[in-house]
Design a protein around this ligand. Sequence first.
Ligand code: 4NP
Length: 154
Amino acid sequence: MTRILMVCLGNICRSPIAHGILESKLPSDHFYVDSAGTAAYHVGNKPDHRSINVANSHGVDISAQKARQFKISDFDEFDYIYAMDASNYSNIIGLARNNNDIGKVKLFLEENPSISNKNVPDPYYGDLNEFEYVFDLIDETSNLIAHNLLSTKL
Ligand code: 4NP
């Protein structure tokens, strides 16, 4: 089983979308996908209704997800930890215990060579267009990640 964790700040806007999309592209008998936030503000909450609606309009159901905070044991539980932006990346690296932990953490958009800005924008204070843009960016990048995982880990 290969285990992949998506991480943003609140775990209610970006990482739930990334979690739902990547999960939908991989067989569940070989891959486990989860998400978390570096902050605790929204622990226990469902994803933001705008994330739920945009994902739903593309056939991805994220409504059953519940926000949780990233924890140090996630370094042991996961093989790949993807940060949605540089600030989340620094927060995760700040919790790393050793080089093995650090080696698991990557900026999500590092997997997408056609995107030069490596930060998935935080859509929390934005409008629906921003959520739609974030969905498309994550979907395109998840296709690349899924392709790589399916060719190396199956
Ligand atoms: P996320 O978006 O990190 O993509 O889940 C945010 C959600 C909530 C807040 C910030 C970003 N907040 O400040 O409460």
